[in-house]
Design a protein around this ligand. Sequence first.
Ligand code: MSP
Length: 542
Amino acid sequence: MPPDADHPEQIYVTTPIYYVNDRPHIGHIYTTTVCDVFARYHRFSGRDVFFLTGTDEHAAKVVDAAAERGLTPQQWADRNAGEFRDTFQRLRLSHDDFIRTSETRHIQRVQQYVKALLESGDVYLGDYEGWYDAGQEEYVPENKAKQYEFKSPINGKPLVRKTEKNYFFKLSAYREQLLALLESSETVDGCTFDVRPAARRNEVIQRIKDAEDVPISRTGSTGWGIPVPGDEAHTIYVWIDALFNYLTTVDIDDRRKYWKSGPVHVIAKDILWFHAAIWPAVLLALRKCNGYEWVNLPKLVYSHSFWISEGQKMSKSLGNFIDLEKIDEYVERYSLDALRFFLSAEGPLGPTDSDFSAAQFHECYNTNLVNTLGNCASRVAAMIGKYFDGKVPDPGNSKRELDGYVWPQTTGDIVSSCCAAYDAFDLYNAIDGAIGLIRIVDGFINATEPFKLAKDESKRDELSLILYQCAEALRIASLLLWPVCPDKIAELWRAYSLDINPAAGTLHELAQWGGLKPGTAIKKIALFPRLDAPERSTAAAT
Ligand code: MSP
């Protein structure tokens, strides 16, 4: 549905907040990029978007990494948070805020929420004994610990038996409510909640059935973390602190509307349980507290899979790790938009992992960007240049059918299905629809052969109609591709003298057939250069 300009719908999209124990890598850049595509699409569609990313700083591994370098945790966090911020800026990611969990605005609110939960009884003091995964900073349930032979399911290191006096969150009290929410798309207690893809939702449903209360604090604090209000000997467990970032950032007057619109949390499968079970339960508990009745649940937790690299799990020792240097090589060689395109079109949005390989990147670049988008844009511009002196011809009735091509209907259908795919976070089908439209233009050119008609003066009207239709369909496809390739599409718009400002939110109006004015000047354009295939399998550039 095209949005209502007078009452724009709010869209709140978040990435996980990233640990600052190390520098950003492809995984962080991937999640942030797909959220950026989603945010840009919605802004262009006239919606009121708030896109949040940031850093998670109170983890024990930050303390360790800082100590190894003789720094305080704050110094190490400052350095790496700066690195994330700079990288995201350099990659022109369009987040509206960048939250750091060591900021006062976050700390104060987390304490208020935990205080409210202590008062309501959903957080209580108790004893905990269990198998602790130090790398993940989480306890592993008994049955899972047994299944993995008391080793970390994530990094294979031995689990540690630990007993602690802890504050607990009453997760077990929310089992039924969570199951009801996950098993139906219906409203429970005024809330809806969804986890996608469905395979991930099912995993959570299985695990919730025997969910126990979860510890949310630790003692023996290093002074790095948020103290439990009223009991400074305990620090709020990093995970609870981190999850609250989604709420603390918008829990101010003019931003609460974003929370109320139901956030979309985009994460990977590694942190599904926290987002799809613990977080909604904490929110259900908070919403029962005085003054927090407005706190509803996220609309969606979208849990993608992982990038592997050159067919194997990414690892620094294997030399297949896609770090910042490698990412820069790809950007330099292929362009930032090519990276965005590859990540969005071939990334692990579904339930299986995707392979980041130099050969696959190159293939994707050639097939979609060089041979399809780039080639069609330059082919149409070249013909209009040659036969119409670089001015869009007057088609007469631009809707007239040629060779069975019913253009307004074709573009209208593609715009609808493509936008529905973007709305559903289905970037594969959104991109497939837009690139598919360009392929239809190519097929139309091959079928109608304007280059032959140009030789016959009596076919001038037909030639005008064909080239108008090509340029117009390409213009519409470019609108659909802008969220993915904003720089290259802006370049195309400049060459096609199209004055389009995506911030004006007019995608749906602009996507109507017939928007292209006859007489518009079109210049030659070469969007994506043809490049040699990479020589080595693990490097982008040689
Ligand atoms: N700090 C926690 C998240 C707290 S959110 C309230 C954390 N941080 S992290 O730095 O480890 O980032 C994990 C996230 O990075 C994943 O959920 C995913 O979004 C992204 N990725 C990290 N490695 C990845 C891949 N190999 N592939 C795709 N994305 C991955 O967990």
